[in-house]
Ligand binder design. Sequence first.
Ligand code: NAP
Length: 339
Amino acid sequence: MERLNVALLGAGTVGTQFLKLLSEREDRFEALATTVNLTGILVRNPERERPEWVPKNLLTTDAEAVLRDAEVVVELMGGTGRALELVDYALGEGIPVITANKALLAEAWDDLKPYAEDGMLYYEAAVMGGSPAVEVMAGSLRGNYPLELHGVLNGTTSYILSRMEAGHSFGEALAEAQEKGYAEADPLFDVAGIDAAHKLTVLARLIADPEFPWEEVRANTKGITHLKADEVMQAADRGTPIRLVASLYGEEGRWRAKVRPVKVPKGHPLATPGVQNAIFFRGDAVGEVVLTGPGAGGLATAGAVLADLFRLIEGYPGHSPAPAPVPAPAGPFLELEEV
Ligand SMILES: NC(=O)c1ccc[n+]([C@@H]2O[C@H](COP(=O)([O-])OP(=O)(O)OC[C@H]3O[C@@H](n4cnc5c(N)ncnc54)[C@H](OP(=O)(O)O)[C@@H]3O)[C@@H](O)[C@H]2O)c1
């Protein structure tokens, strides 16, 4: 058996579920002739109450101790501050990193890109939570020139909108989403569209341009806070439900990225229920491809983190951005009415 030293940064919504899966999947590791040895679990407050399967003796605020003997770092802290310092340190030491942190990927790309190109960064969980998206875009669909991509990428806003369709107020729906662990630590990231913008930036770099600028996506992002419950209910009644859609398409010879609420055309797969996420991709070779599945939730997301760990153990590299910019396509593109 090979012993693999894994440092876990964060034991919150996703981190605790990752620990649960680690404890339940010993047979899968055995099949890979590997034993996972946790070097420590970095948290802010080791005294905080956590589920019984979290090994309390490993909880610490000492980042140095956790990273000292690490051979892999699993970053589930979130944010772009301390997480960036630690991820940067690990990568600089030649330690591969698995992360679900789309904010970090989107906003700190100048630091991270060289490591991603070297296959040291695994981030399936960063887009669409537990549902496949990153691996599909970085691998399976690379034989295509992408023509357009539209995604419902933020489960919290979908959940809020589907609860508003059922007559609940924005505030009630947001509180429910937080209770269920769907919302980001700062829910403004969800409802202002920033989380979806982070994910669109990650996807744009995988399929269109490895340097796609975060600032450009951020500047073209609008959230759902201005929507009224009546308007949301009426649109749903007419069969054109409102969803926060992140789009990548061509305009005047350039790639354009945009996040905004739109009325989804009748019967279109982007009309997702609950926290369901969806990506509608059109490529020149394959035509239309639709990916759907849960886009948030601790357990679903932890499944994707674990998948990255299996990939790493099996010797596959992490997710690399598009090797070069792809020409921006001319339309026509899917028509989406902004609200
Ligand atoms: N939640 C989801 O459904 C979901 C889905 C996809 C991706 N993600 C991504 O996954 C990551 C983790 O999300 P989460 O929902 O699990 O977050 P969370 O519940 O807020 O957990 C964050 C964890 O990191 C620890 N932490 C945060 N800042 C720290 C610091 N400066 N020093 C030491 N420890 C620190 C916290 O410690 P304490 O426990 O002591 O506070 C906590 O254990 C984020 O990047 C998020 O965007 C989440």
